[in-house]
Write a new protein. Structure first.
Length: 197
């Protein structure tokens, strides 16, 4: 089949993660608020996009991805102790945002952005997990295609501006929820939320 680039693809799905304790529903994206992306830009997991790119509106899907196809294996080296003072605002530790199990946006010296989960807060360090929450897990996607069409030039231009930081919602934690990117991070809505990117 022909690979479809610059297609706007919108899907409704249930995402299940499998681990030693069984199969767990991780995310449910309804048809009235589908996860939408433009193919060919590396926005989603490559194997996820490959499974969807040749489907048509109304097609149903049920496929699984291994950790190698999704978020990789869990890596102990991605658990890092960071100086507690890095999480201070105006000289005071940010208890409101930096708490156990909170997802915190981080940025390195090169300007690359990451999301990390707070594992522990000690006297002088904060233990952060930079693994994706679904690292090391087999994933199963069950759903249907809500829409698939050629993306408009304006949609592609807007996406490029977002990817380059020239407008719109740059990254999760930076103003999501005003309509451009759904209603927030990780809630299964379009744009910033969702597990597929």
């Amino acid at each position: 089949m022909e690979k479809k680039q610059n297609k706007l693809i919108a899907v409704a799905y249930e995402l299940y993660a499998n681990d030693d304790s069984g199969r767990h529903l991780v995310e449910k994206v309804p048809a009235d608020r589908p996860f939408a992306f433009i193919s060919g830009f590396g926005i989603t997991i490559k194997a996820f996009e490959e499974q969807l790119e040749n489907l048509e509106k109304g097609d149903k899907f049920d496929f699984s991805l291994t950790p190698d196809q999704a978020y990789g294996d869990f890596d102990e080296e991605r658990i890092v102790e960071m100086e507690k003072e890095m999480f201070c605002v105006d000289g005071k530790f940010d208890h409101e945002h930096v708490r156990i199990d909170a997802i915190v946006p981080m940025q390195n010296q090169q300007g690359d952005r990451f999301m990390a989960r707070v594992l522990d807060i000690r006297d002088d360090v904060v233990v952060m997990d930079f693994n994706h929450p679904l690292a090391g897990r087999d994933l199963q996607f069950i759903g249907s295609v809500v829409e698939t069409r050629d993306a408009t030039e304006a949609e592609v231009d807007q996406l490029i501006r977002q990817l380059t930081g020239a407008g719109g919602c740059g990254q999760c934690g930076e103003g999501c929820g005003e309509g451009d990117c759904g209603e927030g991070c990780g809630d299964g809505s379009q744009g910033c939320g969702g597990c597929c990117h």
